[in-house]
Write a protein that binds this ligand. Structure first.
Ligand SMILES: C[S@@+](CC[C@H](N)C(=O)[O-])C[C@H]1O[C@@H](n2cnc3c(N)ncnc32)[C@H](O)[C@@H]1O
Length: 279
C-alpha cells in the first residue's frame, strides 16, 4: 500500500497493523539501507565524512541509561554467570556495562560500522553485520541472553527478527527488550532527531508477538513524556517516577496522539522474556 492511499491512517497510524512488517523483500532492502547508518548519522557517530569506516573505539563510554536498564531489565536476571550474550543493535555495547563482568562472550549484531568498540572491560566484542531478511547468522540455541534496547522499531520485518531471537536463544535463555510503543509522529514526513524509518510498535501488537513466543517474566510501561524536560533517566528516582506515571496513565494509551491530552501516556515498554524450556 502506498503511504498516500486512503486507508493508510486507518491501517497503520491507528496502530491496528505494524507498518513494514508485511513488506516484500525489495521494500525491506530499501528500509534496511536507510537505517544501516541512519542512527549513526544522527550525530552519535565517529564519521569524518571521508566515507571510510572509522577505527572502532577502544572501549565504549558510559551508557547514561544504566539505572533505567537495571530497574527494568538486568535486576530480573538470575544471579551468577550469564553465559554467552547477543546484543542486537547494541552499537558500542555500552548498555552491557552493568553485567559485563558476568558474561562469557558478547556478540553484537549491528549494521553500523561507525558505532563499534573493540572491547567492553576485559571482554572482546565480536561484531556481526545483520542482513535485511532478518535471518541471523548463528546456529540454533547459540546464546543464553539476547538484548534489544530501542532497536526493533528501526527494523521493518519485526516478526521475523523476533522469531530469530527465539531460535538463537537456548531454552531458558533470556530476552531483554525495550521499545517505543507510540508512532513517533507521522513517519511519512521527516521528523527532527529521528531516523527516516523508525516507528514505534503498537502495544497490543508487541504484546501478542512476544507472548506467542516467550514466557513473560516482567513487562513494564515506561517513558512518560516528561523526559528530558524534567531530567534524565540515568538516576534512580527519575526512573521510579517515570514508571509510576507511565503505569498511572496506561489507561490513556494510544499509538498516534494528535492532541495534547492524548500525549500523556506510556510511550514505551520494557520486557523481560524467557524462551520456554519446552517448545
Ligand atoms: C536507537 S539505537 C539504540 C542503540 C543502543 N541499543 C542503545 O540503547 O543505546 C538503534 C540501533 O539499532 C541499530 N540497527 C538499525 N537497524 C538494525 C538492524 N536491522 N539490525 C540490528 N540493529 C539495527 C542502529 O545502528 C542503532 O545502533
Amino acid at each position: 500500500m502506498s503511504t498516500t492511499d486512503a486507508g493508510f491512517d486507518e491501517r497503520y497510524l491507528s496502530g491496528r497493523e505494524l507498518y513494514g512488517d508485511d513488506f516484500v523483500q525489495a521494500e525491506i532492502d530499501a528500509w534496511f539501507e536507510d537505517e544501516r547508518e541512519g542512527f549513526a548519522n544522527l550525530g552519535s557517530s565517529a564519521a569524518d565524512g571521508s566515507g571510510v569506516d572509522p577505527e572502532p573505539q577502544d572501549e565504549p563510554g558510559l551508557c547514561g541509561y544504566d539505572a533505567f536498564n537495571v530497574r527494568h531489565a538486568f535486576r530480573h536476571l538470575p544471579s551468577g554467570r550469564l553465559g554467552d550474550a547477543l546484543g542486537i543493535g547494541s552499537a558500542f555495547a555500552s548498555e552491557f556495562w552493568p553485567i559485563s563482568d558476568r558474561l562469557d562472550s558478547l556478540t553484537v549484531l549491528e549494521p553500523s560500522h561507525q558505532l563499534r568498540a573493540r572491547r567492553l572491560g576485559r571482554l572482546p566484542l565480536n561484531y556481526v553485520d545483520p542482513v535485511p531478511s532478518g535471518v541471523m547468522p548463528f546456529d540454533d540455541a547459540s546464546f543464553d541472553l539476547a538484548v534489544s534496547f530501542g532497536v526493533l522499531h528501526h527494523i521493518p520485518n519485526v516478526t521475523k527478527v523476533v522469531d530469530e531471537v527465539r531460535r538463537v536463544l537456548r531454552p531458558g535463555g533470556y530476552f531483554l527488550l525495550r521499545e517505543p510503543i507510540h508512532s513517533m509522529g507521522d513517519w511519512r514526513q521527516p521528523r527532527r532527531g529521528l531516523t527516516a524509518r523508525e516507528r514505534g510498535i503498537p502495544r497490543p501488537i508487541l504484546d501478542r508477538l512476544v507472548r506467542e513466543r516467550f514466557e513473560v517474566v516482567a513487562s513494564t510501561p515506561i517513558d512518560f513524556p516528561l523526559w528530558p524536560r524534567l531530567g534524565t533517566l540515568d538516576q534512580k528516582p527519575n526512573v521510579l517516577l517515570d514508571e509510576l506515571l507511565a503505569r498511572a496513565f496506561s489507561w490513556n494509551y494510544r499509538y498516534h496522539a494528535t492532541t495534547r491530552s492524548q500525549k500523556f501516556r506510556p510511550r514505551g515498554m520494557a520486557m523481560v522474556l524467557r524462551r520456554p524450556t519446552k517448545s
